[in-house]
Design a binder for this molecule. Structure first.
Ligand code: FRU
Length: 514
């Protein structure tokens, strides 16, 4: 089974072509992201029995290229004592855990045991291990579980990595005390016994609960002698666009404590709303629980997120399967506008095999919507566009549009179906408006407009947009800001248009690839 071209017997209208979704049933957070022996493993929160959250188990998919995913049997099922909540996986190269056999390093999963009423630890969340000696095919729970128990009801989502410091090497775990808005750090020599290191937080966005942290080191501008550590903290609700979202901090880590250099201090903005000053992994509604792969060759830092939002995740249109993952993103630290920023680039489904469907060169933009020809339309497309907004008050793209309705009915009741990506020259903000994107009525919180301030570079705005059957992922200014949103348009809403309000805007270039 593969997620590419999978139509199966299910409704193919929304089933993504480029994004992983389970063949059937519910999926949430990515878990246990690890590369081993030529294979990327994507485990994930999964209900093997239904299309809403429950029976939390680790589902499993594998890929050689981060694009084509093959679904595997459920890896770690829940039982009557515990649900298997989110966590990570490592290749235990030196067999520190002793789980390896015959000189083959084991894969070790570190997950949260969410104990059910039938367990002696009922109500607690603690960290447990499972291991695989056949490269992820089958998993055995460690008999000594849990390995780290703080007698807490909200201690979860362990992300473990190997730290090499002056004082030697050891495993580091970052996890959350979710209600306290704390990331707690522990160290271990063998993954089995853990020693407390430090606590980070609360800091920056502190609504809702903190979940699914990650901590990794990246070179700044590719300079291995100048590195920073990135601490990722997902939170829900309280994300920048409403509901679930992911924030990040940039700073240092000395093997014991993370020190943030991007915590926004009180009083930076007079009105007290500092949300837009925090670091956000994504400015849309549907990029949550994002964490990174471990053991990736070449030092690449690859992340993937759950393309949904706890506000309405249980209500999104479903025909047996529900929720998809985002595209995989490579993240880097680059100096932009005088400071280090996390920039993101999607692993491109069309890198190897894309066909250019349509291209336009430099031209003045006419006031209104200029529809592209039928060749440039579709429900699964990559669109690369560069604009010079100039004197126009807005420029952008009309996506997944019902052109027939648009032309005949104008802005009549409800308006024509469309998703609008527009840059506003006055506010300096890029917005993604899904209020008329199709089926928005399944939950009151779904209809929304996402916004992010984006600096023009030499007066220009560069956009890379991935459209799939139920999603829009926008990478602006070479990955400086991203907006990820689900949309549920009619299958026939495939038109693409150029948008301008006022004269004086220029399209520098456009390509549509499919
Ligand atoms: C995040 C989360 C995690 C938890 C998992 C349960 O979406 O709430 O904190 O481990 O989902 O499915």
């Amino acid at each position: 089974m593969t997620s590419l071209n999978t139509t199966a017997e299910l409704d193919c209208r929304y089933r993504p072509k480029w994004h992983y979704a389970a063949e059937r049933n519910w999926l949430n957070d990515p878990n246990g992201l690890v590369y081993s022996n030529g294979v990327y493993h994507l485990f994930y929160q999964h209900n093997p029995q239904g299309s809403v959250w429950g029976n939390m188990s680790w589902g499993h998919a594998t890929s050689a290229d981060l694009l084509h995913w093959d679904e595997q049997p459920v890896a770690i099922p829940c039982d009557e004592q515990e649900a298997i909540f989110s966590g990570s996986a490592v290749v235990d190269i030196h067999n520190t855990s002793g789980f390896g056999a015959g000189g083959v390093p084991p894969l070790v999963a570190i997950y949260t045991s969410a104990y059910s009423p039938a367990s002696p630890l009922a109500g607690r969340q603690a960290q447990s291990l499972a291991y695989s000696t056949d490269d992820g095919a089958t998993w055995t729970k460690y008999a000594g579980n849990p390995v780290l128990d703080r007698a807490s009801a909200d201690f979860r989502d362990p992300k473990v990595f190997w730290y090499d410091g002056e004082a030697g090497g050891y495993w580091v775990m970052v996890a959350v005390e979710a209600l306290n808005h704390e990331v707690v750090l522990y160290k271990s020599a063998d993954l089995k016994s853990w020693e407390y290191l430090s606590t980070f937080g609360p800091a920056n966005a502190t609504d809702g609960v903190w979940e699914c942290p990650d901590l990794f080191e990246l070179p700044v501008d590719g300079d291995a002698r100048n590195t920073r550590w990135v601490l990722v903290v997902n939170l829900s609700p309280g994300g920048i666009a409403g509901g679930s979202g992911g924030q990040y901090f940039i700073g240092t880590f000395d093997g014991v404590a993370f020190r943030s250099e991007t915590t926004v201090t009180e009083g930076l903005q007079a009105d007290g709303d500092r949300m837009a000053d925090y670091g956000w992994l994504d400015w849309g509604r549907d990029y949550y629980a994002a964490v990174s792969f471990s053991n990736v060759p070449g030092g690449r830092r690859l992340m993937i997120g759950w393309m949904n939002n706890w506000q309405y995740a249980a209500a999104t249109p479903s025909d047996g399967w529900r929720s998809a993952m985002s595209l995989v993103r490579e993240v880097r630290l680059e100096t932009r506008g005088g400071r280090a920023a996390l920039v993101q680039e999607a692993v491109d489904p069309l890198e190897a095999a894309g066909t250019e469907l349509f291209a336009l060169g430099r031209q003045e933009l006419a006031d209104g919507v200029t529809w592209l020809p039928a060749d440039a339309s579709g429900d699964v497309l990559r669109i690369d566009a560069e604009f010079r907004p100039g004197a126009a008050s807005r420029v952008g793209l009309v996506l997944r549009a019902d052109r027939e309705v648009g032309e005949s009915a104008g802005e009549s009741v409800g308006g024509p179906e469309r998703t609008v990506l527009a840059y506003d020259s006055v506010s300096g903000e890029l917005s993604l408006d899904r209020t008329a994107s199709g089926n928005v009525g399944f939950h009151e919180a779904f209809s929304s407009v996402e916004r992010v301030a984006v600096p023009l570079v030499d007066g220009r705005l560069r956009l890379r947009v991935f459209l799939d059957r139920c999603s829009v992922e926008v990478f602006a200014q070479n990955g400086l800001a991203t907006i990820t949103d689900q949309v549920f348009p009619a299958g026939s809403s495939t038109a693409v248009g150029l948008l301008a309000e006022g004269d004086g805007g220029t399209l520098v270039s456009l390509t549509v690839t499919g």
